[in-house]
Design a protein around this ligand. Structure first.
Ligand SMILES: [Zn+2]
Length: 263
């Protein structure tokens, strides 16, 4: 385990283009439930109501969607970044992060201090709401106030179009810019670090594969096994927070030693 930590830190220090890819496992360590897991929010609702075409088609579906989305948002709005989020933000400050590609919608990388141009949110974000007609964006909290006030399916102030959290729903297209950029940056990386994802959701799960094919080293830090384990150069089965805190400490130690020897 310690050998792995040292090796990962050494690779981070030596690499010139590091991409970090994160999934639900990172957020669960901040107390946000994995919505897809049994007993999660999604079990309580009819999956049909989550489909984008139904959201567009029926006011009843929109109301049910907002009810479910509100319950999810309540569980994440006050969540705090954990040691793994903070380590990834610190990598950016150290000039050691090309970008973080996330499947999460909780905005925790921003709370941790990463800058917007270094975070690619593949599944959108729950922190904003978008008008599906004119594209106007609203802060989520402002719209939740309307929900709390009895508005069951809020509409746009400008055009009266339906408002929806800026997350990607079933049957909704992946965000083009983010997806294209995620592929490009993965391909260009020389170190690809997966944290807290079992790598089963596509197309996100393709990213480590294209990175590896293009010659990057692949590190996987996850509690359980993943779909890409056989491709990995190093696998650490453990909690993201403690593992990344240890990696970061070792990275700083290496950078200090290097700085001194350059003198
Ligand atoms: Zn609008």
């Amino acid at each position: 385990m310690n050998d792995h930590i040292e090796k990962i830190a050494e690779w981070i220090v030596r690499s010139r283009s590091i991409v970090v890819f994160v999934g639900a496992g990172l957020s669960t360590e901040s107390g946000i439930p994995d919505f897809r897991s049994p007993g999660g929010v999604w079990d309580k609702y009819d999956p049909e109501d989550f489909y984008f075409h139904n959201f567009m088609a029926s006011e009843t579906s929109r109301e049910k969607y907002w009810q479910m989305a509100t319950e999810m948002y309540e569980s994440m709005k006050d969540a705090k970044p954990n040691d793994a989020h903070l380590a990834v933000a610190e990598l950016e400050r150290l000039g050691k992060l090309d970008c973080v590609i996330t499947q999460n919608i909780d905005g925790l990388h921003f709370k941790a201090g990463n800058s917007p141009d270094r975070v690619l949110e593949l599944h959108g974000t729950a922190m904003h709401v978008t008008c599906l007609s004119c594209g106007r964006r609203y802060p989520r909290d402002a719209i939740q106030l309307r929900i709390a006030g009895g508005d069951k399916a809020p509409r746009c102030d400008s055009c009266k179009g339906p408002l929806k959290p800026a997350t990607i729903s079933f049957g909704q297209a992946m965000p083009e810019r983010e997806t294209a950029e995620a592929y490009a940056r993965s391909t260009a990386s020389d170190l690809f670090i997966v944290i807290g994802s079992s790598l089963v959701v596509h197309p996100a799960a393709q990213m480590p594969v294209v990175a590896k094919r293009a010659g990057a080293r692949l590190v996987i830090i996850n509690r359980d096994e993943t779909a890409c384990d056989e491709l990995a150069d190093i696998i650490v089965n453990g909690q993201a927070g403690p593992v990344m805190a240890a990696v970061l400490e070792e990275v700083k130690r290496c950078l200090d030693t290097r700085g001194q020897s350059k003198g």
